[in-house]
Design a protein around this ligand. Sequence first.
Ligand code: LLP
Length: 430
Amino acid sequence: MNHFEAREGELWCEQVPLAALAEAVGTPLYVYSTATLERHYRVFREALEAFPRLGAPLIAYAVKANSNLSVLATLGRLGAGADTVSEGEIRRALAAGIPPARIVYSGVGKTAGELIFALEAGVAQINIESEPELRLLAELAQARGARPDLVIRVNPDVEAGGHAKISTGARGNKFGVSLAEAERLYALAARDPRLNPVGVACHIGSQITDLAPLARAFSLMRQLVERLRARGLVVQRLDLGGGLGVPYFNQPDPPPPRDFAAMADEVVGGLDIDLAFEPGRAIAANAGVLVSRVIHVHERPEGRRFLVLDAAMNDLIRPAMYDAYHDIRPIRPRPGPMGPYDVVGPVCETGDTFTRDRVLPPLASGDLVAFMSAGAYGAVMASEYNSRPLVPEVLVKGDAWAVVRPRPSYEEMLGRDSVAPWLSRSAGAR
Ligand code: LLP
C-alpha cells in the first residue's frame, strides 16, 4: 500500500496534488511520501516482531536504495539502522542522526581511507568480503588501538533476484567468500587479537519475489553458524541482507513481509543470535514517484507514436539498465481511448527509451505523468548525462512538503568544472 492516490480526477501524494508540486518545483522531479516510508518500515518491523524467536532484529535500511538525508532521517527516527557501502553513505547516515551503533558497513572494495573512517566513526559492524580486506582491517585496527566487530560476508551460492545484474549470491560473482572460506577466515580472525569476529552475513540479490532461494540461503547460514559454534567459536550476529521484492505490476507479486518473517522464523528462529536485515527497495520503492512533463507527442507516418518526456535515462536509469518496468500514470488523465506509446526521453541514445508500446490514456504536450515505484534506485542512480541538471527531490508529509534536494542551476552545474589555466581567456591564443 502507498499514499499516491487518485482523487478529484488527479494523482495526489498524501494531501498534496502532484501537479501543484510540478508547478512549484518544475519537472522532472522525484516526490517521496513520508507516510509510505514510515508504513513500509513499520510493516517490516512488525512482521518480524510477530515472531518472538527472531528477537528484536536490527533493521539496517540499505542506504543505497535512496540516500536522501530527509529519507534517512525519517527512517532513523523510527529506529532504523543503516546498511552502508561507502564512506559517503556512512557520512549520510550519521548526518541524518542514525547512531553508529546501528550502522553496518559492507562492500566489496573498501579503501584503507574508508575503513579508517568507519573505525573512527565506531560503526557497529564491518562486513568483511575477502581475506585481503580482513588483513587490511587488522593492520588498520592495530595502528589505532581499536578492536572492531566484524562479520564475514558469505556468498552462499544461491541464485536469486529480478535480473542478472542484481543477483549477488551465486558463486561466480564478486561478493563475499564461500561457506568453507568463511569458516576458515572466521577462525583466523578469532585467533587475531586485533579483531573481533561477531558473526556472518549474506545478501543474495535484489527484487526477489520467491521465498525459496532466501530460505535456502538462510538455512545454509544457520548451518554455518552451527558449525562455527561446534568449533567453540562465539557467533552472536547473523545479518541476512535485503532483497525482498516489490510489486512492479509486470512481475509476480512478492510475498508480504509477514510471510518473509514466518520463513525466517522457521529457518533461523531459536538460534539465540542477534539478527539483522538490510531491506532497501521494500522500504523505499513504492514511497516515491518520478514526475515528468510531456514535451510533445510525435506520431510517425509509419505508425509508431513517441511520447517524448522531459525526464530521461539520466533521471531514472532502471529501464535502460535492467529493462525494468515502471507503471506510468497520467497525473490528470483525459477521457478518451487508450492507445500504445513508445515512451522516451530527450537524451541522445536509443537506450533512452522507458518502454515501448505502453497502452496509456490520451496524452498531449504539457500533460504530466508519474513513473510509479521509483523511490528506490531512482534519484540515487541519476546523473547529469547530456548536461541535464541533477533531478530534484521533494518530501511530502501530510499537506506539507519540502524540497529536500534542489535542482542545481546551470551556473552551479558549470561552476563545478574549472578551465585549465592554459585555456583561460587571459592566457591568449598561441
Ligand atoms: N544489502 C546489500 C549488501 C546489498 O548489496 C543490497 C543491494 C541490499 C542490502 C538492499 O537490497 P534490496 O532490499 O534493496 O533489494 N540498482 C538495482 C538494485 C541493486 C541492489 C544492490 N544491492 C535496481 O535498481 O534494481
